[in-house]
Design a protein around this ligand. Structure first.
Ligand SMILES: CC(C)(COP(=O)(O)OP(=O)(O)OC[C@H]1O[C@@H](n2cnc3c(N)ncnc32)[C@H](O)[C@@H]1OP(=O)(O)O)[C@@H](O)C(=O)NCCC(=O)NCCS
Length: 141
């Protein structure tokens, strides 16, 4: 796993297209702009990547994608753990993310990583599904 740079955007967009349905895909330009936002960072591994952002003491997962052929081998969990560790180093005390209520795999991954529901955005996704806002404390317990 290594830090993602704006030059990695085309490779990350290709992974994103494998991981998400056509309506949810992000192009290389969008990913490059995200990586250039203040506080943003990414981690890139063979088969998947995560983009996140820290603002003040809060971190947010922008996207997490593992290509179908690389799933259920711990990569998603490792990318999420790496993003949490990087967020702590950058001063975050809590991490937030949005996940579709219909996304059972991601919800299971986030629950296993200690995230809990903190809110809901009704009919947030193009398929009409609600988004769950999940939160995890990053302070040492
Ligand atoms: C969600 C996603 C990132 C998981 O990646 P992954 O590499 O398969 O995840 P891991 O192998 O690290 O799984 C960790 C745990 O999450 C849970 N999990 C992951 N996929 C699951 C599935 N399909 N069904 C049920 N639980 C699942 C399990 O508890 C799993 O542990 P286990 O394999 O020991 O049972 C991947 O499925 C993906 O990219 N999906 C499409 C994009 C997406 O939904 N991203 C998240 C948007 S918020």
């Amino acid at each position: 796993m290594r830090p993602a740079a704006p030059e990695d955007a085309p490779a990350l967009a290709a992974l994103h297209a494998k991981a998400f349905p056509p309506t949810g895909r992000w192009g290389a330009d969008a990913i490059r702009l995200m990586l250039e936002m203040p506080g943003a960072f990414g981690l890139h591994a063979k088969g998947g990547f995560v983009l996140a952002r820290v603002a003040a003491d809060e971190a947010e997962i922008l996207t997490l994608a593992v290509a179908p052929g690389h799933r259920r081998r711990g990569l998603g969990g490792a990318l999420l753990a790496g993003a949490m560790a990087q967020a702590v180093l950058r001063g975050a005390a809590a991490m937030f993310l949005e996940v579709s209520e219909a996304n059972a795999a991601a919800r299971a991954l986030y629950a296993a990583a200690g995230f809990a529901e903190a809110g809901r955005r009704r009919r947030y996704y193009p398929d009409g599904a609600d988004a769950l806002v999940l939160r995890r404390d990053l302070s040492p317990s």
